[in-house]
Design a protein around this ligand. Sequence first.
Ligand SMILES: *Cc1c(COP(=O)(O)O)cnc(C)c1O
Length: 361
Amino acid sequence: MNRVYNFSAGPSMLPEAVLQKAADDMLDYQGSGQSVMEMSHRSPVYDGIIKEAQRLLREVMNIPENYQVLFLQGGASSQFAAVPMNLMTKSHKADYVLSGQFSTKAFQEGSRYGDCKAVASSKENNFSCIPPLDEKEFRPDADYFHICLNNTIYGTAWSQLPDTGNVPLVADISSCILSRPIDVSKFGLVYAGAQKNVAPAGLTIVIVREDLIGEPQEGTPTMFNYGVMAKNESMYNTPPCWPIYICKLVLEWIQNDIGGLSAMEARNVKKAQVLYDFLDHSQLFKPCAQKDSRSIMNVTFVTGDKDLDAKFVKEAAAAGFVNLKGHRSVGGMRASIYNAMPPEGIDKLAAFMKKFEQENS
Ligand SMILES: *Cc1c(COP(=O)(O)O)cnc(C)c1O
């Protein structure tokens, strides 16, 4: 067996220990005589799995009691609509910061459900940074204030949260969930597609402060109604059973093998540092994100020559470093180095880049 180092932005690598455990349990989950994929979501054995996944998520992320944890489907993109449908119910206004493609999509989708305002944007800078904020632009009567905490495509991340006063802060944390501790109490709601750091595609996690769950906008589909989903403990219909089970295994891995989110953060910072240190000193490769906005999950870089970029991506893939091509909308390269990427994968990539630089300059 020859496993590659997979730098895909998502779906992405899962910890090998998790894959092995899932394989061991595949045909007969704990004496049930069936796999988790086959069992009824209403069975006591599955009930134990989903409850434990929720409990572990609360414990690992230190989620306060007054927050609901919802296991939904539809991806982070569905939340671009579900958030306004559920939260934009008082002034029907919401403020958005445009820091990349997903936050722009969230803003566009939100605008279908109410008065959305882009209070800042880094578009003129090709989204190479988190834009500076002018608090005078913030609307104190907005129903929420939306940011994307880690910008997957551009490789940027917020290092400091905006001060939105009494306006609930909502964040798309799809590509940084579980990468480091976050203070959930600073947010009204966070959401994430699971396929970057948590599980296979199919599970969407929403963590929402209970007082924000109310009567949604008229016409909101039942499946998008947070109140219905909370009341039914994410079991209004069939939940994404298998991704929830893998989520449980990943949380156990973070807790038992890594030592929790602070240890996870230290490991991730170190991994990213290896790449950024190399890029900062390279004569050939240049990092794309501005220094004060750098992500520890997605590292974007270019050579400045499209053909050379393509040659690099091709040779890297042949050497076992796959999916390094940048997003189709920006080009260049992107190394997504989520939790499951082992440190030696980064060290080996940096060594490969050094060799490529010597051979091509
Ligand atoms: C991947 C990603 C999305 C899209 O997620 P889907 O689950 O495919 O809808 C949205 N936001 C961010 C920040 C992402 O990284």
